[in-house]
Design a protein around this ligand. Sequence first.
Ligand SMILES: [Zn+2]
Length: 596
Amino acid sequence: MLVAQEKYVVTIDLRTVVDDKVKVSCIMPKVESDEIEFRVPKIVPGTYSVYDFGRFFTAFKAFDAEGNELQTERLTDNRILIKNSKALSTVSYWIEDTFDSDKGNFIFEPAGTNIEEGKNFVLNTFGFVGYLQGKKNQLYELHIDYPAGMYGASSLDKVSTNDSSDVFLATNYFDLADSPIMYAEPDTTTFEVGGADILISIYSPNKVLDPIFVKEQVEPTLKAQYEYLGELPVDRYAFIIYLFDSSPGSGKLGALEHSYSSFYSLPEIGHFQLGQIIRDVAAHEFFHILTPLNIHSEEIGNFDFINPKMSKHLWMYEGVTEYAAGLAQVKYGEMSLADYLAVLEGKIKSSREQFDDHLPFTELSLHCLDRTESQYGNVYQKGALIGMALDIRLRELSGGDYGLQHLMIDLAKKYGKSSAFKDGELFDTITEMTYPEIRSFFTKYVEGTSPIPYEEFLAKVGVLFKPASTKKELSLGHISFSVNDIDNRLVIHSIDQMNIFGKEMGYLEGDIIDKFDDVVIDIENYEEEFSAFTDRHEIGDKITAIVLRPNKNGKQKKVKLTAHAMSVDRKSAAQLKLMENTTESQLALRKAWVNK
Ligand SMILES: [Zn+2]
């Protein structure tokens, strides 16, 4: 229900681009104070970076109802003081875009703005529109005048449209800022998943990507997530995709999530690679509909765009989102268990090698804008693994019946879009909803400094964690082979990485391995023979190989190579694999975990 209330009426004129800028004018709500600040976000939800969007608001002017200019004073990049504000009627300013900015502190494109006359406009609305201090909760009526032939894609409520102008409504500044809009030549498709209308809209300057292809990539994932959740908490969702035909200013690709949409910045590359990236990124972004949209703390529910307070719970907002995006795919048939174990293996490796495994995750989360900024990337690695360990523990305590999947759905029911939890109470609330043992899980592994013993958690579901190791073993010389397609013989393809034994032997690129250790080698037996060689010999044994080496006139000459066997360090990475001997209860818990 909309009670008559004071509102902002904003007009953005995309038809007139002057010096790469567009003009914005706004009729303001009534002000009772003598002075008031016009504010623009320093930071926006989901980015966890300070961007100072006010830097792109230029030539700011405020006027009374008769059109007389009011005095203003710029206090910071993001705060402009308007004097005699009881008389305030309108403001106007010119917006510079961020995509081609040279102002420094570059804004990652999914949170940025683009003004590309005649081609494309990216309106992350917080980069075009501000609010008056204390008046964030007024209605916004957004009028956009756009060039002929373009289409405005957004999840925002479009209340009227004609061939040159759209009108959107947002209930308050938070909802406006939560809704990017992209104008370009129409290139869209729509479909339905679980009762939600899905829109895909693309800008691809060289038409390397079309919306039907994107639909084919994301639809199975969305269906898996619908099955995982039982119902979707949104009735509509927009995937808005901008493709670069040159390298983007940030040098990065990625996306930013919103409640009813996500905005993607991707390179124009081949379909195979792009399809994979879109599937992975969209699976993650779409799952944000659960958290933070429907499960968030007060810090996010009532977001302070100027002095944001961070929450302790990035393990959930980003980590559980990342974990669930993968789990839903393996659980509902979109990914094999082997592929999923490889994903988890990669996360264990990077969380241990690239990040501080002893840093309490709640600390990482609270200070991600300052002293733990360099650890932020771990939200996608260890954050997801916290989700995995918690999931397995919940399944174990409930005899398989209750997992993270159920907990997240129950939390969304308990809180939902409009009610927030107190940041300091979430761990206790989850404990009350589940088992007393879960409190010690959080105390130890999320608030505490103890690394998670993944070995122990994975063993509960019959997955063996083989840690990384180095062992000494006899070497063939660390040369790489290819197969000669004429006679299926093994050819030395590269000696770039050759070790000391290989050098002693004197292998050359192009040598065909005829005999090794007195056995004739071909495509059929080489793997078996090469591994048997390490069992047959000891350090110091004389090893012989016969190679066929091409000479200058193209003929092959038999050359005998010899050296004494020596051992070298061989590193193997940590590995996850299914245990060979498992108990009934391990298998039952694995079934409950991944439905495999
Ligand atoms: Zn995310």
